[in-house]
Write a protein of this length. Structure first.
Length: 533
């Protein structure tokens, strides 16, 4: 019984973990690399395993960095089931074909340049048709329902509070080498978010694989995200320019619509009911329709109460969904103030880039970020204060007001993550920290060790932990950052010197010679120097 870390190891995207058992191998997530992570990833060799050997996939949620390589998995011979919740299956039914379409368009763009340069064309990772074909593999499980997904392997999904239908995974594994309970956190959400419930509590596990996206920071608890959003909307209306919001099509867009609806019902922003609100993303449009389905068991009490009053939490008289490219272009010709919510959330593709091109140079415009911006993305450049950016090959000066509301994050911050892991009693034997930028993983693992006394490690991509042996494959343990290693080394060296000095003072059978001390110091240095990253 082993865990192999194949993605989102010292990286934020590309989540993929393999559980190897005597009765077959399974994956928890099969995600695509995005942003900075994509630059270090080889699309010609996307898997560190043979797809036909995978018996099933347990999918925590529908975001592409967790689900985006499932079509390629099926295309390359996977014939098992993909287990997930109903909302996750429905959302994947629109997100994966959309991802396939993007793969096709990007390949077409690259090939135009390659052909002009006399190079051979490249194939997309997978097509929209490939994505449609994989959907027949999906099998639905409700929260709390336990299923035997392989002989000797039982799985149960629980509320992660990150997205409609998002899940933690509890896994009970029995094979000839023993038995163990593993828990995969998925992406852990924040508390008191609209529409979806708070993260659930799990209390028992032998091993935990845990995300750390915001493991080195706290969300600004002094800033009410809804209040800040309200003030930015007021300011944008007063300035008379557009409010452009790059937003993830699934989850964040629906949350923004909910908050705009509450603003309108409460009359909190004068004139808001006269401002056109555009959702300019076919994917976001279809996702909103799925959010409106009969998924009451996944809604939080506030949303249920709003619906009981006869209110649609995701609809307003001035809300318009833009489907066609002509409708999208028309938005940029509209005068006055318009609220434009468009994908992608990190500004790496999609219609949002057109809206930024038409608005970044306008002083009266406002661009509002409400989600995580990975390194090397256009969104991150703008948040970091770029004075100009290139969009479609054109240099665009940045004169618009750039705003950010970190409180809209769908990920728990450091303290939220710690609260989640504190619920385990007794403590897990080991916690594997994943799904974070490399330095963040190290910081969060250290916090788990220092604050909770947990055995927390940060695996590199490709590393494997043998649960039966309780050891890393090949004896290659994850390295600890140099600064922390040196501090721990200093403490161990002081202990060694103290013990040696005591033995010298006591004499007799406990006396040690200079040669013995030298040999012990050499062994000590040999143990510790290899741990310095």
């Amino acid at each position: 019984m082993r865990i192999r870390f194949l993605g989102a190891a010292r990286a934020v995207t590309g989540s993929c973990h393999m559980i190897e058992t005597d009765n077959g191998n399974l994956l928890v997530d099969c995600g695509m690399h995005q942003g900075r992570d994509q630059h270090d990833w080889n699309p010609l060799a996307p898997f560190g395993f043979n797809p036909p050997e995978i018996k099933c996939v347990l999918l925590t949620h529908s975001h592409i960095d967790h689900s985006g390589l499932i079509p390629l998995l099926v295309k390359n011979g996977f014939t098992g089931k993909v287990y997930c919740t109903g909302p996750t299956a429905d959302l994947c039914s629109i997100m994966l074909p959309d991802s396939g379409y993007i793969q096709e368009m990007e390949a077409e763009q690259r090939n135009r340049k390659r052909l002009r340069a006399g190079k051979q064309p490249v194939e997309p990772l997978y097509t929209a048709a490939d994505a449609d074909a994989c959907l027949g593999s999906f099998a639905r499980l409700d929260y709390g329902e336990t299923a035997e997904v392989l002989p000797g392997v039982r799985a149960r999904f629980g509320e992660a509070g990150h997205l409609l239908g998002s899940s933690t995974v509890e896994l009970w594994v029995e094979d000839a080498h023993g038995d163990a309970k593993l828990v995969f956190s998925g992406d852990i959400g924040t508390y008191n978010r609209p529409i979806i419930n708070d993260p659930g509590v799990i209390t028992e596990a032998d091993y935990v694989v845990m995300e750390s996206t915001y493991g080195d920071r706290l969300h600004d608890m002094h800033c009410d995200a809804k209040k800040q959003f309200r003030e930015i909307v007021r300011s944008a209306i007063a300035k008379g320019g557009n409010l452009v919001i790059p937003s993830f099509a699934v989850g964040r867009t629906q949350e923004l619509l909910y908050d705009l609806k509450i603003m309108m019902l409460g009359g909190d922003v004068p004139g808001l009911d006269k401002v056109p609100i555009y959702v300019d993303s076919p994917l976001a449009t279809r996702a909103t329709e799925i959010f409106r389905k009969d998924y009451y068991k996944y809604y939080d009490p506030e949303t249920m109460a709003l619906m009981a009053r006869g209110e649609d939490p995701l609809n307003m008289p001035n809300l318009q969904f833009s489907e066609t490219t002509d409708q999208s272009r028309a938005i940029n010709e509209a005068e006055g103030t318009n609220i434009i919510i468009s994908a992608s959330g990190m500004c790496e593709a999609g219609r949002i880039r057109h809206h930024l091109k038409h608005n970044l140079w306008r002083e009266e415009a406002t661009v509002l970020f409400v989600g995580y911006q990975a390194e090397n993305t256009l969104g991150r450049l703008l948040l970091d204060g770029a004075r100009s950016v290139k969009i479609f090959g054109e240099e665009i000066f940045v004169r618009a007001r750039i705003c950010n509301i970190p409180g809209y994050s769908g990920h728990a911050d450091r303290d939220g993550l710690i609260e989640w892991i504190k619920a385990f009693d007794p403590k897990p034997r080991k916690v594997f920290v994943v799904h974070g930028e490399s330095a963040v993983c190290d910081v969060f693992a250290k916090a788990l060790r220092d604050r909770l006394g947990l055995d927390a490690a940060v695996p590199d991509e490709g590393m494997c932990y043998d649960i039966a042996m309780e050891a890393w494959e090949g004896g290659r343990a994850p390295k600890v950052p140099a600064e922390e290693t040196l501090l721990r080394m200093e403490g161990a060296l002081r202990d060694l010197i103290r013990d040696g000095s005591r033995a010298i003072r006591e004499g007799g059978e406990k006396a040690v010679s200079a040669q013995q001390m030298q040999e012990e110091l050499e062994r000590f240095l040999g143990r510790w120097m290899g741990r310095i990253a």
